[in-house]
Design a protein around this ligand. Structure first.
Ligand SMILES: Cc1cc2nc3c(=O)[nH]c(=O)nc-3n(C[C@H](O)[C@H](O)[C@H](O)COP(=O)(O)OP(=O)(O)OC[C@H]3O[C@@H](n4cnc5c(N)ncnc54)[C@H](O)[C@@H]3O)c2cc1C
Length: 463
C-alpha cells in the first residue's frame, strides 16, 4: 500500500517540500493542508502592493538549491522583464507579488509532475485543528474531515503577532485594531486620524509604504523598544572574506562579538558599514547558535537580538529613501520607548507612549493601530489551534526561549515533552527558529525542503 504524507501549511516551505518529494519518488500520496493565505504564496508573497519589495536581489531568490538562477531565468521570460538585461534584473529588488507569481508557476508545474509520476497530490483548503497519533498512524482533523496519514510535516510558518501589552481588551476587540499586518483590509483603516504602528522592522516599512499607496495621508507613529533606524541594502555584492564565514566551533558569544568588532574596524577604515560581515556569517549562523549554551542564547536575546535584527533586516534603497523622506517631512515619527496605555474614546483612541529619548510620556489621538511586532513564537500565545493542541498533549515541545519547536535539525524530527524524537512527525521553516535562530528566508527554507524530502523519500520506500 502507498504510504501517505500530510503536510500542514502550504506556503513556500510546504509546497516546495511537496515538489522536492515528488521529484524523488513515484506513486506517493501527499495531503497538503493550507488555510488563510493563497496556496504556495503564503503570508509573505500573497500581496498586491507594488511597494512591497523582496529584501533580497532577484539573482539570490531561486526556490531550488540546485539551480541558483531559476528565479532570475523565470523573470527573464516574464512580460515585465523580458526586454531587460540579466544583470539589471539579477541585481534588482523585485515586487514580492512577482515572487508570488513565480511560486504559483512552480506549483502548477508540481501538479503536472505529480500526475506524470502517479503521485496523488491532494489539497485541502482548510485549517487543521488537531493531529492525533494512534497505532503508528496520524489522524489529521479539520472541521469537516479526518484524514489518516503515515507521516506528518508541520510547515505552519509565520504566526500572527502576539497581543501587545497595555492595550485595553475593548480596544483589541475593536475594529480599529489590526492584529495581522500581512492581511490588512485597507478599506477598514481610519483615514482621518493619525495611525499607530507597534513595531519598527521590515513589516513596519511595508505597512507605511502600503498605507501611502492606498492614499492614507495622516501622520504615522511607530513605537518600539529601541526605535533603531532601518538600514538600506548597501554593498550587497561586496563579497567580504570574513573569518566568520569559516569560523570553527566551539566558540563563545563573547569571542564571536570580539571577532565581529575586529572586522567592523577593518571595514570602517574603508568607510564600509558592517553588513557584509553579517552576510558572510549568515550560512554559519545555525552551526554557531546550536553550540551556544542556554545562558549565551538568553544573553543574545537580551543584548544582541535587536542589533542583529537591524543589521540583518535591510531594505532596498528605493524603500529606504521613501521612509527617510517620511521622517524628514514629519509624516512618520519613529519613537523609542513603549506603549503605556491605549483606550477607546468617542473622539478617537487615546494612546500614551513613553519616549525613552526625552524621558517623558507623549499623548496622541489616533484612529487605527497595526501590530507589526513580528510573528508570535510562543506556542500558547499563538492563535494556531493545531500547535496548541499538539503542545497540550505533549506531542511537541518548545525550546526554553519560546522561539520555536524542539526538533533534531539533522532529521527534522520533532521532540516531544518526554524528550523523545517522534519518528514520523517532522517540522520545517520558522518553527525551527529556536533550534537554528535563522530559519525563515527563502535561502534557508529551500535547503530544508530539499534535505527533508531526501529523508522522507527514504521513509516512503520503507515497507
Ligand atoms: C512580509 C514578509 C516578507 C518576506 N520577504 C522575504 C524576502 O524578500 N526574501 C526572503 O528570503 N524571505 C522573505 N520572507 C521570509 C518568508 O517567511 C519565507 O520566505 C517564507 O515565505 C515562509 O514560508 P513558510 O511556508 O514557512 O510560511 P508561510 O508563508 O507563513 O506559510 C504557512 C502556511 O501554513 C498555513 N497554516 C498554518 N497553520 C495551519 C493549519 N493549522 N492548518 C492549515 N494551514 C495552516 C498558513 O495559513 C500559511 O498559508 C518574508 C516574510 C514575510 C512575513
Amino acid at each position: 500500500m502507498k504510504k501517505s504524507i500530510s503536510i500542514i501549511g502550504g506556503g513556500f516551505a510546504g509546497t516546495l517540500l511537496a515538489r522536492q518529494i515528488i521529484e524523488r519518488t513515484n506513486q506517493c500520496t501527499i495531503n497538503l493542508f493550507n488555510h488563510i493565505s493563497e496556496l504556495a504564496k503564503g503570508v509573505a508573497y500573497d500581496c498586491n502592493q507594488n511597494s512591497a519589495l523582496l529584501n533580497v536581489i532577484a539573482s539570490k531568490m531561486s526556490a531550488f538549491p540546485d539551480d541558483n538562477e531559476h528565479f532570475l531565468n523565470w523573470c527573464l521570460m516574464h512580460p515585465n522583464y523580458k526586454n531587460e538585461s540579466k544583470s539589471i534584473v539579477g541585481n534588482a529588488f523585485l515586487p514580492r507579488k512577482i515572487y508570488g507569481e513565480y511560486l504559483i508557476s512552480i506549483w502548477e508545474e508540481t501538479k503536472l509532475l505529480a500526475k506524470e509520476k502517479q503521485c496523488d497530490l491532494i489539497v485541502f483548503s482548510e485549517k487543521v485543528t488537531s493531529i492525533n497519533e494512534y497505532e503508528n498512524h496520524f489522524f489529521v482533523s479539520t472541521k469537516t474531515q479526518k484524514i489518516t496519514s503515515d507521516i506528518c510535516v508541520l510547515a505552519t510558518g509565520n504566526e500572527e503577532p502576539g497581543k501587545p501589552k497595555n492595550c485595553s481588551d475593548s480596544f483589541l476587540e475593536s475594529e480599529n485594531y489590526f492584529s495581522n499586518p500581512w492581511k490588512i483590509d485597507f478599506s477598514k483603516i481610519n483615514y482621518s486620524l493619525p495611525l499607530l504602528i507597534i513595531g519598527n522592522g521590515l513589516t513596519m516599512v511595508d505597512t507605511v509604504l502600503s498605507l501611502r499607496e492606498s492614499h492614507f495621508n495622516e501622520k504615522i507613529i511607530s513605537i518600539s523598544p529601541n526605535g533603531f533606524n532601518i538600514l538600506p541594502h548597501r554593498n550587497f555584492n561586496l563579497d567580504f572574506k570574513s573569518q566568520l564565514a569559516t569560523i570553527q566551533t566551539p566558540i563563545s558569544l563573547l569571542e564571536l562579538v570580539h571577532y565581529f568588532n575586529q572586522e567592523v574596524k577593518t571595514l570602517r577604515k574603508f568607510g564600509v558599514s558592517p553588513e557584509p560581515i553579517i552576510d558572510a556569517f549568515r550560512p554559519n549562523v545555525a552551526k554557531v547558535w546550536q553550540q551556544f549554551s542556554a545562558e549565551e542564547k538568553a544573553k543574545f536575546m537580551g543584548r544582541v537580538r535587536h542589533i542583529w535584527g537591524v543589521a540583518r533586516h535591510r531594505i532596498p534603497f528605493v524603500s529606504y529613501d521613501k521612509i527617510m523622506k517620511e521622517q524628514i517631512n514629519q509624516q512618520l515619527e519613529i519613537l523609542a520607548g513603549k506603549l503605556v496605555e491605549l483606550n477607546q474614546s468617542k473622539s478617537g483612541n487615546n494612546v500614551i507612549l513613553w519616549d525613552k529619548r526625552l524621558k517623558k510620556n507623549k499623548e496622541f489621538i489616533i484612529g487605527s493601530v497595526i501590530n507589526c511586532t513580528g510573528p508570535e513564537t510562543k506556542i500558547t500565545a499563538t492563535k494556531n489551534d493545531l500547535l496548541n493542541q499538539l503542545y497540550a498533549i505533549g506531542i511537541i515541545s518548545q525550546d526554553s526561549l519560546n522561539l520555536g519547536l524542539r526538533a533534531n535539525t539533522k532529521t527534522f524530527r520533532t521532540i516531544n515533552a518526554d524528550n523523545q524524537e517522534n519518528e514520523k512527525l517532522f517540522a520545517i521553516g520558522s518553527l525551527l527558529k529556536g533550534e537554528l535562530w535563522e530559519s525563515t528566508a527563502v535561502n534557508e527554507l529551500k535547503n530544508q525542503a530539499k534535505e527533508l524530502a531526501v529523508l522522507l523519500t527514504n521513509e516512503l520506500q520503507k515497507t
